[in-house]
Design a protein around this ligand. Structure first.
Ligand SMILES: [Zn+2]
Length: 48
């Protein structure tokens, strides 16, 4: 899962919210230039 930020309104959302819409665009303002802020990684820590 990745976090994106809109190039116009600056709101952040994840790729699950993007999947709702056709194409890649901001779910708030419809702008199509998005920046990937960070990737969410799931860490698995083994208990010894
Ligand atoms: Zn936007």
């Amino acid at each position: 899962m990745a976090i994106y930020r809109c190039g116009r309104c600056g709101k952040e959302f994840d790729d699950e919210q993007l999947r709702i819409l056709p194409g890649i665009r901001c779910p708030y303002c419809g702008y199509s230039i998005l920046f990937m802020v960070r990737k969410r990684t799931i860490k698995i820590v083994k208990a010894i």
